[in-house]
Design a protein around this ligand. Sequence first.
Ligand code: 1GP
Length: 252
Amino acid sequence: MSVLQSLLERLSIQKGNYLVLIDPDRKNDGRLDDLVAAVNESGADAILVGGSLIMDGGFEKRVGIIKAASRVPVILFPGASNQLTGQVDAVLFMSLLSGRNPQYLIGEQVQAAPVVKYLGLEVIPTGYLLMAGGSPTAVEFMSSSQPLPMDKPDIVLAHALAAQFLGMSLIYLEAGSGALRSVPEETIRYIAGELDIPLVVGGGIREPAEAAGKVRAGARFVVTSTVLEKESRLSTRGLDTMRAFASAIHEG
Ligand code: 1GP
């Protein structure tokens, strides 16, 4: 069974899936084993790996460490086509549909497609919509694209529907890593009510209760990263945080 199918099947026993995003950049060197051990213990459903910018040549090595230690599926969430690796179970094959930069709409995908085929990776077509989360984000800067206004739900809906009609399997509503404002529940409710495909929501989610609110509003996948990076080494408290997110998201 595919990774996406197995995650979607979990939705018959839980309200939402919890995806822990690990940035395989040098800042996480030395704590990957602890992070993945916490994921394994916490009940989180899958790991996303990727980042907007990798500051050294250790990406592939770190993804290998994550994959070797993980007991849950590892899904690549690439910032660009140069982040492709075979050491994952699937790849979010994304188009940054909120922007109008052809490089991230189709250019990177053309570069990536033959490599993805060669690696034999499971592909999860994903419409990636960057929303204005209150501060300029790494994605916005790196992709030279404008985010969608949070307070214009019809604009967001039009993009989400376009993504669905283009055949995407998922829509990712992204407020940006460390966003001041996460995607509001009313926006999620509005979009989820009109769409036939599952919504992934991430960016700026700091509390388990906030994550549960996203699920009740209609998100089927919730992503966190920054909130877990606060722990310098992943202490018991870090594991407790991850567990609290997992159960809040599962229970909705
Ligand atoms: C970023 O949505 C993710 O792509 C996670 O955001 O780091 O704010 O949790 P945070």
